[in-house]
Design a protein around this ligand. Structure first.
Ligand code: UD1
Ligand code: UDP
Length: 385
C-alpha cells in the first residue's frame, strides 16, 4: 500500500518546538511519507529549534520581515503554501495551535480540498480579542479541521460545545511535554558560563518572557517597571529575561530594564537551554502560552501576565496564577512568592495536566486508524494530577 503523505506546516518558534516530536515520530514510521513546509514567519528563533531537533524543511517560504503585519503574514503564507500544496498534494496537512501560519496553512489546504489535522485543538478563552489574534486563528482553524488533536479534556469539551462531532476529536496530551522530556537533563551544561555559574541555590532566579501583541506598549512597560522594582527591593533575586527579537518588545524592555546589575537581558535561548533554566529557576513570570504548560510539569510556580488564559488546567490545580499587567499587582504577587514560604510551596508542585510525553505517538497511531491501516482506535491521554 502507498504511504500516507503528510505535510506538516509551521512557522514560529513555539509551533516548531511542539511539532518537532511529531515530525520525528512520523518520519520514524514506515507507513508515512512526512514532509515539512515552514513559512518562516519567524527566522532566527525558528532556525534555533530546527537545528536543535535536527529537522530540515523541505519547503521554506522565508516570509519574515521586520515589523511584519497580520496582513503581510497572512497573504504571503497563503500564497506560498498554495503553491507548495499544488506540488506536494499530500493526503493530509497538519498544523499546530493558533498562529497566523496555522490559520493560513489550514485555509490553503481547504482551498485545495486537502484534509486538515489540527494539533493542540480546542483551547479557548471565549473572548475573540484575547489573545489577539490567536483566539480567532485557533477557532477558524478548528472550523477547517477534519481531525482535532486536543491536548486535554477541557479542550475536547470546548469543541463539543461548538458542535464538532465526537469522533473527530482525540485527546492526546500536548506534544510540548514530549519535547520537554527530551531536553531536560539532570547533568545539563549550558553553553555559556553566565548560566553555568549562577548560584541556583542561594539566589532566587525569576525567569521572565513577555512579548504578546496585546501586551505591546503600556502593558509591557508596566510589566518592566514591576520587574525593576522587584530587582531593586530583593537583593537575593536575579531576573533572567531572554528577550524576543521583535523590535517593539526590545525597545521597551531594554529602555526600562537595561543596565541593572540583577537583571540579565539575553538573546532568545536555545530551547534545551530554556527548558533546563526553567528546571533550575525559582519561579516563572510570563505571558507565553508554552511556558504555562512547561513550568507546571517542572514544579515551578507561574505568574501569568495576561487577563485570561486558554490553559485553565494548571490554574485550577493551583500552580499557575493569572495576574494581569498592572505594575502593582505584578509586584505584589511576586513579592508574596518571594517572602511567603507556604504560598510558594502551595504553587511549587510538579503536575502534568498537559501531557505525559506520548502525545506524538498517539497522534501517529490515530492517523493510522483514520486512514484505515489500524483497526483499533488508540487509547487517549488521561491526565493524572
Ligand atoms: C508570533 C505569533 C504568536 C506566537 C508567537 C510566538 C501570530 C500573529 N503571532 O507572534 O501567535 O505566540 O509568534 O513567539 O501568528 N522577529 C525576528 N526574528 C525572529 C522572530 C521574530 O526578528 O526569529 C521579529 C520580526 O521583526 C517580526 C516580529 O519579531 O516582524 C514579530 O513577529 P510575529 O511573528 O509577527 O509576532 P510574534 O509576536 O512573534
Ligand atoms: N523558548 C525558547 N527560548 C526562549 C524563550 C522561549 O526556546 O528564549 C521556548 C519556551 O520554552 C516555549 C516556547 O519557546 O517552549 C514558547 O514560545 P513563545 O513564548 O514564543 O510562544 P507562545 O508559547 O506564547 O505561543
Amino acid at each position: 500500500m502507498d504511504k500516507i503523505k503528510i505535510l506538516v506546516i509551521f512557522g514560529t518558534r513555539p509551533e516548531a518546538i511542539k511539532m518537532a516530536p511529531l515530525v520525528q515520530e512520523l518520519k520514524k514510521r514506515d507507513n508515512f511519507q512526512c514532509e515539512v513546509a515552514i513559512t518562516a514567519q519567524h527566522r532566527e528563533m525558528l532556525d534555533q529549534v530546527l537545528s536543535l531537533f535536527n529537522i530540515k524543511a523541505d519547503y521554506d517560504l522565508n516570509i519574515m520581515t521586520e515589523k511584519q503585519t497580520l496582513f503581510s503574514i497572512t497573504t504571503s503564507a497563503l500564497l506560498g503554501l498554495g503553491k507548495v500544496l499544488d506540488k506536494v498534494k499530500p493526503d493530509m496537512v497538519i498544523v499546530h495551535g493558533d498562529t497566523t501560519t496555522t490559520f493560513a496553512g489550514a485555509l490553503a489546504a481547504f482551498y485545495h480540498r486537502i484534509r486538515v489535522g489540527h494539533v493542540e485543538a480546542g483551547l479557548r478563552t471565549h473572548d475573540k480579542w484575547l489573545p489577539f489574534p490567536e483566539e480567532m486563528n485557533r477557532k477558524l482553524t478548528g472550523s477547517l479541521a477534519d481531525i482535532h488533536f486536543s491536548p486535554t479534556e477541557i479542550a475536547r469539551k470546548n469543541l463539543l460545545e461548538e458542535g464538532v462531532k465526537p469522533e473527530k476529536i482525540v485527546v492526546t496530551g500536548n506534544t510540548v511535554i514530549d519535547a520537554l522530556k527530551t531536553t531536560v537533563k539532570q547533568d545539563f551544561i549550558f553553553s555559556t558560563d553566565l548560566l553555568n555559574n549562577l548560584d541556583y541555590k542561594r539566589q532566587k532566579i525569576i525567569l521572565v518572557t513577555a512579548h504578546r501583541r496585546e501586551n505591546l506598549g503600556k502593558p509591557l512597560a508596566n510589566i518592566c517597571h514591576a520587574l525593576r522594582k522587584l530587582a531593586d527591593n530583593f537583593p537575593e533575586v536575579k531576573i533572567i529575561y531572554p528577550v524576543h527579537l521583535n523590535p517593539a518588545v526590545r525597545d521597551t524592555v531594554f529602555d526600562i530594564l537595561g543596565g541593572h546589575e540583577r537583571i540579565l537581558l539575553l538573546k532568545p535561548l536555545d530551547t534545551d537551554e530554556m527548558h533546563n533554566l526553567m528546571a533550575h529557576c525559582y519561579m516563572v513570570v510570563t505571558d507565553s502560552g508554552g511556558l504555562q504548560e512547561e513550568a507546571p510539569s517542572l514544579g515551578k510556580p507561574v505568574l501569568v501576565l495576561r487577563n485570561e488564559t486558554e490553559r485553565p488546567e494548571a490554574v485550577k490545580a493551583g500552580t499557575v496564577k493569572i495576574i494581569g499587567t498592572e505594575s502593582e499587582t505584578i509586584y505584589e504577587e511576586a513579592r508574596k512568592l518571594l517572602t511567603d514560604k507556604d504560598e510558594y510551596e502551595q504553587m511549587a508542585n510538579a503536575i502534568n495536566p498537559y501531557g505525559d510525553g506520548h502525545a506524538s505517538e498517539r497522534i501517529a497511531d490515530f492517523l493510522l486508524y483514520y486512514f484505515g491501516i489500524n483497526k483499533d482506535k488508540p487509547a487517549e491521554f488521561k491526565a493524572q494530577y
